[in-house]
Design a protein around this ligand. Structure first.
Ligand code: SF4
Length: 187
């Protein structure tokens, strides 16, 4: 098991995939390292690359609002991405980039030991839950792996593009909050 210091050092000096070439910052993650709940997106965008923090652009502000609507804050959850460096022009990270980076996310999960993992969007859900995951049909469903309760909802940037997804996403957030409360009581 890596320590946080080792993980940070390895990420910051990583050149395992081509995304290392144009990055300004490696975007490792943000939040509570003892969080019960972890949110995982696909990769950093422009603002995230500049600031070195995940979900700080328009999609991040919407994520903060959604969290707040169910009484959560980014300081009490942990937020990370499948790939830690920005794909150029915000394209999807390739399968090989994801594969090369995923061990860092696995190390984060092993350190944090969250009870719940929420995949934000199709790419994260395909990497974590099932490579054939259909976000529109399977979002909001719960999967149990080892000790983790895993679910997926729309990526906040999809909500910015399509208002009609906001209501189902909000339902997902309410269900996530309910699951968190149930698991809290079981502790
Ligand atoms: S995206 Fe991941 S694997 Fe690729 S260089 Fe960045 S940290 Fe390394």
């Amino acid at each position: 098991l890596l320590t946080w210091e080792e993980l940070t050092e390895m990420c910051n000096s990583c050149a395992r995939c081509g995304l290392s070439e144009k990055r300004r910052n490696v975007v490792i993650g943000v939040g509570d390292r003892n969080a019960k709940i972890m949110f995982v997106g696909e990769g950093p965008g422009e603002q995230e690359d500049i600031k070195g923090e995940p979900f700080v652009g328009a999609a991040g502000q919407l994520l903060d609002k959604m969290l707040k609507s169910v009484g959560l804050d980014r300081s009490v959850v942990y937020i990370a991405n499948i790939v830690k460096c920005r794909p150029p022009y915000n394209r999807d990270p390739s399968a090989s980039e994801q594969e090369k980076c995923l061990h860092f996310l696995r190390a984060q999960v092993a350190l944090i030991k969250p009870r719940i993992i929420v995949c934000l969007g199709r790419i994260a859900a395909c990497a974590i839950i099932d490579s054939e995951f259909k976000i529109t049909r399977q979002r909001g469903m719960w999967y149990e792996r080892k000790n983790y309760h895993i679910t997926a909802t729309f990526h906040p940037s999809a909500l910015l593009r399509d208002e009609s997804k906001k209501r189902p996403a909000w339902d997902d957030f309410k269900a996530i909050r309910k699951k968190l409360d149930e698991l809290g009581q079981a502790d």
